[in-house]
Write a protein that binds this ligand. Structure first.
Ligand code: GLC
Length: 720
């Protein structure tokens, strides 16, 4: 029997009440849920696992009339018990294959505890670092987010959803949730359709193409319509144009919240709006179970809409093999949770996620002369903070901290520890500052661990300021004044304003929240047992006043010079030649651009060649450049391909990332890197909302970051 025929056969047997029951997801193992499961009145439960999950699954299979199993969901966002770097950090790796492996390992751990559905990957494009959920995202760029989201889907779901270690994935939060005004979570989003289709939707489409099992509708109202009632986004685009045949689950009570939005008058109205829009399963709130039966019986809603939703739910359960009694049990938890293989991948992902932003005089990797180290800052030994937001099943004590890893590397006696501040957000305490400065003075090197605790990012945890919290900069000044070299390591769930810090310290790493193995990863990076290769997945602003700042901006009619400096000298006469976009009191460029990151060697880009100066629509251009490792160490370069479309029927970004390639090279090695660019890759949605590539003049760059300050650039033409 095929899955589809099994779906139809089941559907025929189901009562309306049982159908509606499948469309409800409840939270936790409340006693009353048992009777509801027996009655077939629940289709899914989130946040249960282990013995509880097994018992509820048994009840569903053995004591309900039709024996339809449950979807058991959990937020396995970046690891389960072995916590990986936050997704923003994983995106910095520009290494989809490694990210896929991390997701696969997370799936093995979660399924060993009875979970069969994760609410990940989160693929919201995030261009506002004030937004707390940028931490869960893959950054500002649609191409990078699409690559990473698809990799996570493949990692979670594997080759076959029916395999015991496969976890159904859920791309979220559909759609444009990250465009929240003011960077305030859940806030209004106003996004023109062209931008929706060219920026916010592509990562979701990539996940659909990767076979994602489900999509989660978001909290935000999009152009006046809440995402969970958005017929255009859900039914016209997702289920229509993209032919998505998986299920749509609302975010937590997002259907009920359409009343609060003022979009629905009551929960009956919300039930009708959400079902018409295309939400198949309601998370936690009860609009569906309270109203759908009567809405259908009163012919206010066609049974066909209920049937479509239930088909999608049953289809996923069948694809997961949940009906198959032979469903081989997943691995036992004790054999996979925190296993060596998973810890090794977590460490490698952390190594490849940490972005080196400064390394004066090649301080790093540390020379053998560095024997005594003063580690300063409470985040150096905070296992819980190291895991970051959404580390649901992570345990802080499992984390290998930076302090512990450096003591293991250099010997406990060689590594001192000072808090520096009472907490990462504390006001300066002169005694603690003095203690930290003294520790630095008596050491060969200070390792300052700064930044955000985990709680400062994630859902509903947005910041109006992007500076290092508390009096951390006072601690930096006190430690730098001790006169020894200082390496700063910044834990963060978002781009921060790091210019003032970068000015003062000798070397600077952004480690995001690096997860369980963050300490050993950083110890390896500091001592050349590993080398940095990560690149920024989001622009780091110079000041919060620049936000939103992202590289794929429009040129405007009055662009400033790329490296225009701010400032209006006293007495400067008003001169129209100075009337360009920008600020009088800050540069326009970010502090650190998208795609930027240093390595322990140097690379030179040269010899750009195009297969032709012109290509016809429908053809492919081959682009090659020679990358040379001109330093003394092996290194991995993330070579990036950016393209600009000079003239379009709507204005086009000054640059867009179209490809990237990680190349590892020995000192002195030269490598020819080849990219192929099809004219379809240059497409965008025109004013008629048709995705087209328009003939005309283009420019491309093979570059190390989005500033594209390279000679490996050339123009080419697309012809009809
Ligand atoms: C939360 C989040 C969503 C999560 C869901 C279930 O509110 O918005 O990302 O998957 O509820 O925990």
């Amino acid at each position: 029997m095929t899955i589809e025929s099994h779906v139809e056969a089941l559907l025929k047997k189901m009562t309306l009440a049982e159908k509606i029951g499948q469309m409800w997801q409840v939270n936790g193992a409340a006693p009353e849920h048992k009777e509801l499961v027996r009655k077939g009145a629940i289709g899914s439960i989130l946040n249960i696992q282990g013995a509880e999950a097994a018992e509820f699954q048994r009840l569903a299979r053995e004591e309900s009339r039709l024996g339809i199993p449950l979807l058991l969901g959990r937020d396995v966002i970046h690891g389960f018990r072995t916590i990986l770097p936050i997704p923003l950090g994983q995106a910095a790796s520009f290494h989809p294959e490694l990210v896929r492996q991390g997701a696969h390992n997370a799936a093995r751990e979660a399924t060993s505890c009875g979970i069969n559905w994760t609410f990940a990957p989160m693929v919201d494009i995030a261009r506002d670092p004030r937004w707390g959920r940028i931490a869960e995202s893959c950054g500002e760029d649609p191409f990078l987010a699409a690559c990473m989201g698809a990799a996570m889907v493949e990692g979670f779901q594997g080759e076959d959803l029916a395999r015991p270690e496969s976890l159904a994935a859920c791309a979220k939060h559909y759609v444009a949730y990250g465009a929240a005004e003011g960077g305030r979570d859940y806030n209004t989003t106003l996004v023109p359709e062209g931008t929706l289709r060219d920026v916010y939707m592509p990562p979701f489409q990539a996940c659909v193409k990767a076979g994602v099992a489900s999509i989660m509708s978001a909290f935000n109202d999009l152009n006046g319509v809440p995402a969970s009632g958005h017929e255009f986004a859900l039914r016209q685009v997702l289920k229509g144009e993209w032919a998505f045949d998986g299920l749509v689950v609302s975010d937590w009570a997002a259907i009920q919240e359409m009343l609060v939005h003022g979009f629905c008058a009551d929960s009956r109205d919300a039930a009708a709006a959400a079902l018409k829009a295309g939400v198949d399963m309601e998370m936690v709130s009860t609009c569906y179970v309270e109203h759908l039966k009567k809405l259908v019986q009163d012919r206010k809603l066609p049974m066909a809409l209920v049937d479509d939703a239930v088909r999608r739910i049953l289809r996923l359960k069948l694809r997961l093999g949940l009906f198959d009694a032979k469903h081989a049990p997943p691995a036992a938890p004790e054999s996979v949770l925190l296993c060596e293989k998973h810890l090794a991948t977590a460490k490698e992902l952390a190594v490849q996620s940490c972005v080196l932003l400064k390394n004066d005089d090649g301080l790093l990797p540390l020379r053998k002369t560095i024997q005594k180290i003063a580690v300063i800052g409470t985040l150096a030994d905070s296992g819980a903070d190291q895991m970051g937001c959404w580390a649901m099943d992570g345990v802080g004590k499992d984390s290998r901290t930076i302090l512990a890893a450096l003591r293991e590397t250099f010997g406990a006696a060689a590594v001192t520890f000072s808090p520096g501040l009472a907490t990462p957000r504390a006001a300066a305490d002169p005694n603690l500052l003095r203690q930290a400065a003294r520790a630095a003075h008596h050491a060969d090197l200070a390792v300052l661990v700064l930044g955000e605790e985990a709680v400062l990012s994630g859902e509903a945890h947005c910041r109006a300021f992007l500076d290092l919290p508390g009096d951390q900069m006072k601690l930096v000044e006190a430690v730098v004044a001790a006169g020894k070299p200082v390496v700063a390591i910044v834990f963060t769930g978002r781009p921060l304003i790091l210019g003032p810090l970068a000015e003062k310290v000798n070397a600077l790493y952004v480690a995001w929240h690096p997860g369980t193995m963050g300490g050993p990863a950083l110890a390896d990076l500091l001592t050349a047992r590993a080398a940095p290769s990560a690149r920024l997945p989001a622009s780091f602003p110079r000041t919060v006043g620049q936000v939103p700042t992202y590289y794929a901006r429009k040129n405007t009619g009055r662009p400033a010079a790329e490296n225009a400096r701010a400032g209006v000298p006293l007495g400067t006469p008003l001169d129209p030649k100075d009337f360009v976009t920008g600020y009088v009191d800050a540069d326009s460029a970010p502090e650190f651009p998208f795609g930027y990151g240093l390595t322990y060697t140097t690379f030179v880009y040269s010899k750009l060649e195009l297969s032709a100066p012109k290509i016809r629509l429908g053809k492919t251009l081959t682009v090659t450049a020679v990358i040379s490792n001109t330093g003394r160490r092996t290194g991995t370069e993330v070579v990036q391909l950016y393209v600009r479309d000079f003239v379009g029927s709507t204005t086009r970004p000054v640059r867009e990332l179209k490809a990237f390639r990680r190349v590892s090279m020995e000192p002195g090695e030269h490598r020819t890197v080849t990219f192929t660019l099809h004219t379809d890759d240059l497409g965008f949605h025109n004013r008629e909302m048709k995705r087209v590539t328009e003939p005309g003049r283009f420019q491309l760059w093979v570059a190390p970051d989005a500033t594209c300050r390279v000679k490996t650039t050339a123009e080419f033409e697309v012809t009809k």
